[in-house]
Every structure is written in structure tokens, then in C-alpha cells.
Ligand binder design. Structure first.
Ligand code: SF4
Ligand code: SF4
Length: 362
């Protein structure tokens, strides 16, 4: 597993692709090869998205063609792939078998001789920097892997807006523990904080995004498939999700996990695109969930503005966090340019001096 330290200048590789023609070598060529990430004989978890027992054409789960292409390349590199996820609901062998069968993973496993995970044990881990979780159960199949390649899908999510690379490691938590967390952290902010806590201890070594057919609308289970025709690869989950947002014309601060990552200073300073850039594969008519708020739709704008109080110490934290460069320090006090402010309230959340209040200005 990767350390969760912020990468200064990560790369995201993008190629156009169809399910008939997935070229992992070309996709990861800027990194060298898969051998940069895995050594001969290492157990490599292919952490896919298997939300529930669904056929691949509904775009709910990672497509088996993508999993197959990655597994073949891991085998060629001398690694030992194992395919796994903890779907929603009870984490049992019976449930796993059903999900694997429907998802096309059983056939894939038989064809390639690649193992599917049936280990349902889990272990408690501490989360040193956790905001919501100080410890959590994590599935042993994740902890037993030498390396992790996560293979998320570009999908919407009614609560989290998008479920991409920053959210996929939540599937390392056993199903019923996830049910408990969902009822405990029902609000977007709390759930996002918890998801970033999980990512902070379970960061994959490589992310390969299935963006050939994504899901739009009211995901993660009831949205509609949408042909996007791309594959992406990166060794940085945040850079990956920021890139997908740029490609789909989505304001990244409107994605709760990315907003939380911004507050924790996890956004890279710059992202390199050694192959195609997200602007080369722009998709402008992507449909967001009907629950999307003002940051994504420009509708339902909240009335309150962030207002700087006299207690401001001019520490500059809000200047650094503002995604729209709407704050400057003038005369030893922060000053907001309301023309540029999108009311994301990151500044309000980060100010350690409680010097930003939310008020109806007029
Ligand atoms: S973070 Fe708070 S104290 Fe620091 S400059 Fe901004 S408003 Fe002032
Ligand atoms: S609320 Fe406005 S000023 Fe504050 S961080 Fe967001 S965009 Fe910047």
C-alpha cells in the first residue's frame, strides 16, 4: 500500500478505449511498466467495485473486461493477482459467490486461473489521523495483499455525488460495518470525513479507472450507463478524481470527498497529463444526481456568505484553501472577493480562530 502523503506533482494517464481493445501497457507507459509497482511473486489485490449482484452492462460494477486486462498484465509482470471487494450487505462466502457470478468474475477467474477472494475475516486497525474514525475493521484480504491496484468505475452517487478513486477503498471495510457507518454518518460532510479517514490508511499503489462506460444520474445503483470511452491510470487517488471532474466539467469542490481532501491539504499542486489531457476527452453533458447541490448545479445557492470577523489573525489558512482564490490578506486581515466566492465554506471550516462566520450579508 502507498503512503497517503500528498504528492506534489502526480501524473494521470488517459487513453481512449473500448472494452474490445484495452491496452494497459500503453495506458501506464509513462510510469514505465507495471513492474514499477509490483515485484515478482507479490500478491496483488485487484480491488474492484462490486456494489451488489449486478450484470456488467448496468454499469454498477467494474467491468470484467477491464479486470481481465489488468489481471493479464499483473500475471505477465510476475505478480499473483487476486480479485476482491466487500459488497454491500453481509460479507459472506455465499454473498460473494453470487456477486462474482453475476459480475462475470467467476468466468474470468476460470478462464485466467486467477483467484477470487473468499476470505471473510477482518482485523481492527487504528487510524492515527482519523477525524471520524480512530479505528476500524478492515477485511483481511486487503491487509494480506503486498500491493493494491484499485479499479474503480466512473459513477455517480446520490449522497457523495461521485464514487471514484477516493471512495473505492471503502470496500475494504466489511459489509455490515459499512451499514453501521452509513447510519452513523448520514450527513455528507461526516460521511466524506470518514471516507477520507479510510483512504488515509488504505491508499492503493496504482489506480486504473474504468471510464469506458460510466454511470450518470442517480447512482450508485439506479443511474444510467453513459459511454465515455476512456481509461485512466494514476498513483494518486485525489489527482485521479480531480482529473475525472475536469473531464466531466464538474466543480471538484462540490464532491464531498474532494472537498474534505482539500481541507486536509491533500490536493496536488499540479497534475501532469503525459498522454491525453482531460480537455482532449471532455464530456460536457454528464448528468449529475438529482440531489446535486449549488456547487455542482449553480442552483439552490445558500443565502449565507462567509464574513471575516475582527478576530482574524491574518494566518493565511483560508487564502490557501479557497478553491477560487477569492481571499487575500489586506491590512493584516483576510478579505473576501464575493464576486469569485462560490460559497463552498471551506474557509469557514478551516479557520482555527473562528474568524469566519456565515451570515446573510444583505
Ligand atoms: S483562516 Fe481565519 S484567522 Fe486565518 S486569515 Fe483566514 S479568517 Fe483570518
Ligand atoms: S466560501 Fe468562498 S471565500 Fe470561502 S473558500 Fe469557498 S469560495 Fe473561497
Amino acid at each position: 500500500m502507498n503512503s497517503s502523503n500528498k504528492k506534489i506533482n502526480p501524473s494521470v494517464c488517459i487513453i481512449k478505449s473500448s472494452y474490445q481493445n484495452i491496452d494497459i501497457n500503453t495506458l501506464i507507459k509513462p510510469f514505465g511498466s507495471l513492474n514499477k509497482f509490483i515485484k515478482k511473486g507479490e500478491h496483488v489485490l485487484l480491488k474492484i467495485n462490486l456494489l451488489n449482484a449486478t450484470e456488467p452492462n448496468k454499469a454498477v460494477i467494474t467491468n470484467p473486461k477491464v479486470v481481465e486486462a489488468v489481471a493479464i498484465n499483473v500475471l505477465k509482470s510476475g505478480g499473483i493477482p487476486i480479485i476482491g471487494d466487500s459488497p454491500s450487505g453481509p460479507f459472506t462466502k455465499r454473498k460473494l459467490q453470487k456477486v462474482y457470478n453475476m459480475a462475470g468474475m467467476t468466468n474470468l477467474s476460470n478462464d485466467l486461473g486467477v483467484e477470487l477472494n473468499f476470505n471473510t475475516k477482518y482485523t481492527k486497525l487504528t487510524i492515527p489521523d482519523g477525524k471520524r474514525l480512530k479505528n476500524t475493521y478492515v477485511c483481511d484480504f486487503v491487509l494480506n495483499a503486498d500491493k493494491i491496484i484499485s479499479i474503480p468505475k466512473i459513477k455517480t452517487h446520490s449522497l457523495m455525488m461521485m464514487t471514484l478513486a477516493t471512495k473505492i477503498m471503502y470496500g475494504a471495510i466489511p459489509g455490515l460495518t459499512k451499514v453501521r457507518y452509513h447510519s452513523k454518518y448520514m450527513r455528507r460532510k461526516a460521511l466524506a470525513e470518514m471516507l477520507i479517514d479510510v483512504l488515509s490508511i488504505l491508499n492503493p499503489d496504482l489506480i486504473i479507472m474504468d471510464g469506458i462506460v460510466g454511470m450518470q444520474g442517480d447512482g450508485p445503483a439506479a443511474g444510467n450507463p453513459v459511454e465515455l470511452g476512456v481509461m485512466l491510470a494514476s498513483d494518486d487517488s485525489i489527482a485521479m478524481d480531480l482529473t475525472v471532474c475536469r473531464m466531466l466539467n464538474i466543480e471538484p469542490i462540490g464532491i464531498p470527498t474532494l472537498k474534505e481532501a482539500k481541507i486536509r491539504n491533500m490536493w496536488p499542486n499540479e497534475i501532469s497529463f503525459p498522454l491525453l489531457s482531460p480537455d482532449d476527452v471532455k464530456y460536457k453533458s454528464f448528468t449529475l444526481p438529482s440531489t446535486a447541490g449549488h456547487l455542482l448545479t449553480d442552483e439552490k445557492k445558500p443565502k449565507k456568505d462567509p464574513v471575516i470577523m475582527q478576530s482574524c489573525t491574518a494566518c493565511g489558512e483560508c487564502v490557501d484553501i479557497c478553491p477560487k482564490n477569492a481571499i487575500k490578506i489586506n491590512d493584516n486581515m483576510a478579505q473576501i472577493n464575493y464576486q469569485n466566492c462560490i460559497k463552498c465554506y471551506c474557509c469557514h471550516e478551516i479557520c482555527a480562530y473562528n474568524a469566519i462566520e456565515l451570515e446573510n450579508k444583505k
